[in-house]
Ligand binder design. Structure first.
Ligand code: 6R9
Length: 643
């Protein structure tokens, strides 16, 4: 990067550029220095022993030993025991709790002791299925304290979705809620979990279910298995020893969607992940000790892991957690949360911003928002218009906006305009963080060489060197890990996204190039949807694609070929998806068609289906590879009839 020759980079801070250069010159020394952010029982003697070739090995700080909960809590008991660690606000009037570091530590210890008493030990999996309540944070840290691997499950999963993940992870204890609040709706968490466990039958390893009384509703309790969370933790002492872990022991696994059917259990490490959480939380948001840091993500998303819980706490910050929706009971609710609690950093998603833009500007303008210092967004591309609105209306023209590109697999932010260091540019993600080695590769046919794009240009977004936050493997499927991420562009990690780089280095994310659809920031594999639909015997074949959607970023559209021509209940298809994946994945539209367009080798041509569903009929591209080019016209008219 040549600062002098480049007016934009001219305003990138010197310290930032120095870090970039230092990390490039001697990554080993740079990352070893970053490890000093943490407290270690035994300090690592080296940083990375990772290798993207052969069987693929991701290994950071290998001989270091530490405990994550001790890093997030105990170290601060000495320096700032009475500082607020968590500010929680409920969606019901007057529901608010503040926990100091001392209090959070005590709660974590009580649960850690409870889990130990229930026979949970190092390496066991514990599933956490909770709404945005303090117990979610407590549960993650309690697992970390005893070396159990947490698996946080989304509250919106169907019973079948939960069952699949419980079977795969072989969790021994589940922590769930009686009922969760979601605006005016009540979500029956416990009974959905009961259904999931019934569906698992003998394939589940769950011995106990701890039920948090979120609303206090009466729910069925199975004797011997189900226990009241509150009653159990009350039996325990507020102190508990930590399990000292190796840096490469798994801290958690988190399921995410890929381009094949089965969800992937992404496994994150203890040492490398925590260094990454600390480094990125400080660098990206220019974090300050008196920040009230509000990342609005659900804890079941990687963003919730890294920026609701681990990043801010490992850096000794104060986190804000809000239970409810942005516009319930009335528009502007989240702006009130910011004003009432003095939130300084607000990190949210483009979906939330787009929804707020649709409201009258007076909603946001009538709030003060004077406490805000830094804004961030994550999850999907943000349009220049939405970026500008966020900057002008929420940030009142004076807060930097960091769009942050990253993934479940990267553990934390990778590409962004770090607040106060790199000038933001509406619509662009920004620059790679220090130590992040981005390469864009030109897509090539099988067996062909893939040239690296130098300077300005577009290509597949790859990372050519490991970084501390990189996932180590997929749960019990290292071969799938290697195949998924390291074969498209050999010797590199391939993200599944495409990107464009400007001459001055700024990167724009162009979206997924694989079969993953991003609906309001939820990654949904089209194969997951198609597998669900395949269980309907009236359907011969189906194809799911994503199309642009004003509010959600992308919407799902499904094409189905019925067994009996023209006869199919589309409502049933939507229900089958909602039941087996979750309501959030129910398609916007189901088209019943006679045939799907395929290549001569039998591959469904999704590009065509996407264009037809989006009504972009002018340029359908090359149809010569289709086995039956005629089918396209028929398809277009069948879709038109159903629109
Ligand atoms: C953190 C997170 C990852 C996928 C990723 C990409 C999309 C995320 C983005 C973005 C454009 C951004 N994505 N952030 N696209 N600009 N700032 O979202 O993780 O749920 O695993 O999703 O989301 O397509 O590959 P995850």
């Amino acid at each position: 990067m040549d600062k002098a020759a480049n007016p934009v980079l001219g305003s990138v801070s010197d310290q930032y550029l120095l870090n970039v250069l230092e990390a490039q010159r001697d990554p080993e020394a740079f990352w070893l220095a970053q490890a000093r952010r943490l407290v270690w029982h035994s300090e690592p003697s080296h940083a990375s022993r990772s290798d993207f070739t052969g069987d693929v090995r991701i290994s950071w700080y290998e001989d270091g030993r530490l405990n994550v909960a001790e890093n997030c809590l105990d170290r601060y008991l000495l320096t700032q025991p009475d500082k607020a660690a968590v500010i929680w606000e409920g969606q019901e009037d007057g529901h608010r709790t503040v926990l100091t570091y001392r209090e959070l530590h005590a709660r974590v210890c009580r649960l850690a002791n409870t889990l130990r008493r229930l026979g949970v030990s190092k390496g066991d999996r514990v599933a956490i299925h909770l709404p945005m309540v303090v117990e979610g944070v407590v549960a993650m840290l309690a697992c970390a304290r005893i070396g159990a691997i947490h698996v946080v499950l989304f509250g919106g999963f169907s019973a079948e979705g939960l069952a699949e993940r419980l079977r795969d992870s072989q969790a021994v204890v589940v922590i769930t809620a009686d009922v969760a609040r979601r605006g005016a709706k009540l979500i029956p968490s416990k009974t959905t979990m009961d259904e999931a466990l019934a569906a698992c039958g003998a394939e589940s390893a769950v011995r106990n279910v701890l039920v948090v009384a979120v609303t206090g509703a009466t729910v069925p309790m199975q004797a011997g298995r189900d226990l009241s969370y509150e009653a159990e933790v009350a039996l325990e002492m507020p102190d508990s020893p930590v399990e000292v872990m190796a840096a490469c022991d798994p801290l958690f696994l988190l399921y995410t969607s890929g381009s094949t059917g089965r969800p992937k259990g992404v496994v994150h490490s203890t040492g490398g992940y925590l260094v990454w959480a600390s480094f990125t939380h400080e660098t990206v948001f220019n974090s300050q000790p008196d920040d009230i840091f509000w990342c609005t993500a659900d804890t079941s998303w990687i963003t919730g892991h890294t920026y609701v819980v681990y990043g801010p706490l490992v850096n000794g910050g104060t986190i804000m957690i809000y239970e409810g929706l942005p516009s319930w009971p009335a528009p502007g609710r989240w702006w009130d949360v910011i004003d009432r609690n003095g939130v300084t950093v607000f990190y949210t998603s483009p979906t939330v911003i787009r929804a707020a833009m649709r409201e009258d500007d007076s909603v946001v303008e009538s709030r003060s928002l004077a406490s805000l210092r830094v804004l961030g967004t994550v999850g999907e591309p943000i349009s220049p218009e939405a970026w500008q609105w966020f900057h002008d209306k929420v940030g009142r023209n004076c807060c930097p906006v960091a769009d942050t590109w990253w993934q479940t697999e990267t553990g934390g932010v990778m590409i962004t305009a770090s607040a106060g260091k790199v000038p933001g540019r509406p619509g662009a993600a920004g620059l790679p963080l220090p130590g992040v080695q981005v390469e864009l590769l030109t897509p090539a046919g099988a067996g062909q060489e893939q040239p690296v794009v130098e300077g300005a240009g577009e290509g597949l977004l790859c990372l050519s060197a490991s970084w501390p936050g990189q996932a180590m493997t997929l749960w019990q499927d290292h071969e799938r890990f290697r195949q998924t991420y390291f074969t498209t562009c050999p010797g590199r990690y391939f993200s599944g996204d495409g990107a464009r780089r400007e001459a001055d280095g700024y990167i724009w994310i162009t979206g997924r190039v694989d079969d993953v659809v991003n609906v309001s920031g939820h990654r949904i594999g089209t194969a997951e949807i198609e597998d669900a639909i395949a269980t309907d015997h009236e359907v011969v074949e189906s194809a799911a694609v994503g199309i642009p959607h004003d509010l959600k970023g992308q919407g799902l559209v499904v094409y189905v070929v019925p067994r009996e021509e023209g006869v199919l209940d589309t409502a049933r298809v939507r229900k089958v998806v909602a039941d087996s994946v979750g309501r959030y994945a129910a398609p916007e539209k189901v088209y019943v068609v006679r045939d799907l367009p395929k290549t001569r080798s039998g591959k469904i041509v999704r590009r065509l289906l996407r264009k037809i569903a989006a009504g972009e009929l002018e340029n359908l591209g090359d149809l010569s590879t289709l086995s039956d080019p005629e089918c396209v016209q028929a398809l277009i008219s069948q879709v038109a009839e159903q629109q």
